[in-house]
Structure formats: structure tokens, C-alpha cells
Design a protein. Structure first.
Length: 417
């Protein structure tokens, strides 16, 4: 195989990789220093750069039943209001332990929150990973995640794009499962492009622990990201993420895929179904109950998909007119994850399946959280908290199950002309 620069290889290969890979030392210079200013700054630099900007932090207890859901703007219960504080105030509270709680300012788009902080936006870029100038020349199209120890992202999979995640400060634990339905996908709480698992992995019940050990046959991957590490997460992979250190910062970018147009049709169908049910049942939510709007959203998504398919067919027809050597050369530009790791061992690392003892220990530690809460006499909070097991939720999750939505999208696209 011809030796090519990793950047050139990743331009075509990254969107096609079906498995996660870890990028090591990609952001270091030959002398070992970091290329990104964001990675060069210490905690005092970061406090000064964030300045007096007020940021919303979700508060969560180290308790399965009282912690806030990750994105609860469309959940059945009214959301817990985040608290506003500066980054410096957050750091102080994090080091004070803030009682038995964690704090998380998650999923904040740089272009929505930090356009007044150009130094922060220009402090990192994604060009080394084959991302084009329009998306990757700086951090404008990225999101930032700031949390304390215990802050976590509930287990979910993304329906659009692929994910590049750079660890900036502190360490984060990632648990990843390949695409499957064994983790029981649910759409409550609802967030566009996010399919949650029914399981609260942060704080497992005995039933959940047993199910994950005995009924989920797919092999998970466990990895701890260190500052400077960059993780590639393919589309559809389940992932649970937990902050391990007192202060934790990461940034990420969602790359676009050709399959996104089809995924948007399916997501629009989910939005339409939930909006219909919300009209009569979920009056206390923030769902925008406008059925006509969501019907048009489905129609527009179908039109976009058809236009994308027509464009792809035209490109395919053009390729057929090219000579065989040109087509063979284009296919050769696509590498497998194994080939990348073998050719660039200093920068690309395949993720191994978690060892059985390692996975068992991980689940036991999260089971102990639920047990310790119960032993502390907090049963009242547990019993009074929402269980999200209503018939309405079961109905929504059945109608919005990925298999059902996929079938509905197939029928719709076949009939649409």
C-alpha cells in the first residue's frame, strides 16, 4: 500500500470506518508540546479566558432516581432548572466537592455560546483529521462539555453523522457498544438525533446489571481518555461517558455522512408522532405542539433525501464513464481501521473488547452506587421520583422504535414521487 500522509488518508476514510479508533499523539509536536492552545492552557488560564461569562450547569445527585436526565426539555416531568455560574465558580465548587452532587455544562455549541470569546474558538481545530476548512478550521462548529467528577452522558446512540471527541482536561471513561437493539432504545426523554437506552448505567439496579451481563451478547469496549486523546465514534454506536476527575473538559465535532439525509426522514417521523401524542397527554412539557409544522418537516426531509439520491445517482453514472484504473484508485483511498493502525501505529490505535473481568468490575461499581443510596435510607426519594414506566411512554417507544420507524420511512420513500 502506498505510504500516504495520515491527513490525506483520513479525508476519505474517516466517514467510512465502522468501528471506533483512538488517535494518540496527533495533537503533539515533535518536541512533545501540544499544537492546540486549548491543550496548553492550565486551569488558571482557562478561568481567565472564560472570564465572567455565566454558564448553565445541570446539578445531579449521585443517586439513580433523583439525578436529572441529560436532555429533559421534552421529558415527561418538568426539568430541573440549571444553576448559572462562571467557569471559575464551577471550579471552586467542584474542588469543594459540592456535597454529594455533580455539575455538568454539556452540549454547548461554540457558535451559540462563545462568539464573544474568539481566543477560545481559535484555540483548536480539526484539520489534522481530514475535516475540511469550512467545518474544521477552528472550534466554531464544535461543542464543549464541562463537568465535575461523576458528571455523565446517559447511554445513547446518535442518528446523524460520526463523532470526533478530544479530551482537553481531566479524564473521561467511555463505554461503547456496537449498533444493536439489545440495549432497549427509548425516545423519552426526546432529543433530536439521540436515541437513549433504557438503562441508567451510571447507577445500575440489580435487574439492569443482570440484564447487561447475561442478555447483551455484543462485546463492549471500555476506554479512559487522557488529555490530548481524540476518539472517533462511528454512527450508531451506543456510548456512555463519565467524568473521572474533579474538573473535566472535552470538545467534539459531528462529521457529516451521506446517510444523514435518510436519517433525517426517520427523525422527522419520530418528531411527528411525539407531537401528536403530546397534544393530549404531555401538556407539561416544552414540546412545540404544532402538527402542521412537523408534517412539513417530514415532507421537507423526504424532498431533501430524494434530491440527495438523485445527486448520488448522477455521480455514480459519471463514474461509470471513467476508466477502470481511476475507479480502482478511488476505492484504494478507503482504508480499514486495521490498516490504519498497522500503517500509523504511533497515531492510530484499535479499541479492544473489554475483558470479562474488566466489564464485570465496571458494572459492579455502578451497581454499588444504587446499593449505597438505599443503605443510606433514601428510599423515600427513590419511590417518589418518576419511574418513566407509564403506558404512554411504552406506546411512544413502541411506535418510535427504530425498526418501526425504518419500515415507515421505507414505505413513505417508496410512495413519494
Amino acid at each position: 500500500m502506498e505510504k500516504l500522509g495520515l491527513l490525506e488518508v483520513l479525508k476519505d476514510t474517516l466517514p467510512t470506518l465502522p468501528v471506533p479508533v483512538l488517535f494518540k499523539n496527533m495533537l503533539r509536536r515533535p518536541d512533545g508540546s501540544y499544537e492546540w492552545k486549548l491543550l496548553q492552557w492550565d486551569i488558571y488560564d482557562l478561568v481567565n479566558i472564560f472570564g465572567d461569562k455565566q454558564l448553565p450547569f445541570r446539578i445531579g445527585d449521585h443517586n439513580k432516581r433523583t439525578c436529572a436526565t441529560q436532555h429533559d426539555q421534552c421529558s415527561v416531568e418538568p426539568p430541573i432548572k440549571p444553576i448559572q455560574m462562571t467557569f471559575g465558580q464551577f471550579v471552586n465548587k467542584a474542588y469543594e466537592s459540592f456535597g454529594n452532587k455533580w455539575l455538568y455544562c454539556d452540549y454547548k455549541y461554540m457558535q451559540e455560546w462563545f462568539t464573544d470569546k474568539p481566543e477560545l474558538i481559535e484555540s483548536f481545530n480539526w484539520l489534522k483529521f481530514g475535516i475540511g476548512e469550512s467545518m474544521g478550521k477552528n472550534g466554531l462548529h464544535s461543542t464543549i462539555w464541562i463537568g465535575s467528577k461523576g458528571a455523565h452522558t446517559d447511554c445513547h446512540r446518535d442518528t446523524y453523522g460520526y463523532n470526533l471527541v478530544a479530551q482537553v482536561y481531566g479524564r473521561k471513561l467511555w463505554l461503547l457498544y456496537p449498533p444493536n437493539n439489545a440495549l432497549i432504545p427509548v425516545r423519552i426523554p426526546y432529543e433530536e438525533s439521540t436515541v437513549y437506552s433504557r438503562f441508567n448505567i451510571y447507577c445500575l439496579s440489580e435487574e439492569e446489571q443482570c440484564y447487561l451481563m447475561e442478555s447483551v451478547s455484543v462485546k463492549p469496549k471500555l476506554i479512559v481518555l487522557e488529555p490530548g486523546d481524540v476518539l472517533f465514534v462511528p454512527n450508531g454506536w451506543w456510548h456512555y461517558v463519565e467524568s473521572l476527575d474533579t474538573v473535566n473538559i472535552s470538545v467534539n465535532l459531528w462529521g457529516k455522512l451521506e446517510t444523514d439525509a435518510r436519517a433525517r426522514v426517520e427523525e422527522a417521523l419520530v418528531q411527528l408522532l411525539i407531537s401528536k401524542l403530546a397534544r393530549t397527554e404531555l401538556q407539561e412539557t416544552d414540546v412545540n405542539i404544532d402538527s402542521y409544522y412537523y408534517t412539513r418537516t417530514v415532507e421537507n426531509a423526504v424532498i431533501d433525501y430524494k434530491e440527495m439520491e438523485e445527486k448520488k445517482n448522477n455521480e455514480r453514472n459519471l463514474e461509470e464513464t471513467q476508466d477502470k484504473s481511476s475507479r480502482k484508485r478511488r476505492r484504494a483511498d478507503i482504508w480499514t481501521a486495521k490498516e490504519l493502525a498497522e500503517e500509523y501505529p504511533d497515531h492510530v490505535e484499535l479499541l479492544k473488547d473489554a475483558r470479562s473481568d474488566e466489564y464485570t468490575k465496571f458494572l459492579e461499581e455502578r451497581r454499588e452506587r444504587d446499593t449505597s443510596i438505599r443503605n443510606q435510607g433514601m428510599t423515600e426519594n427513590i419511590n417518589n421520583a418518576p419511574q418513566f414506566d407509564s403506558f404512554l411512554e411504552d406506546l411512544i417507544n413502541a411506535l418510535c422504535h427504530p425498526d418501526v420507524i425504518n419500515k415507515a420511512a421505507n414505505i413513505l420513500l417508496e410512495r413519494f414521487s
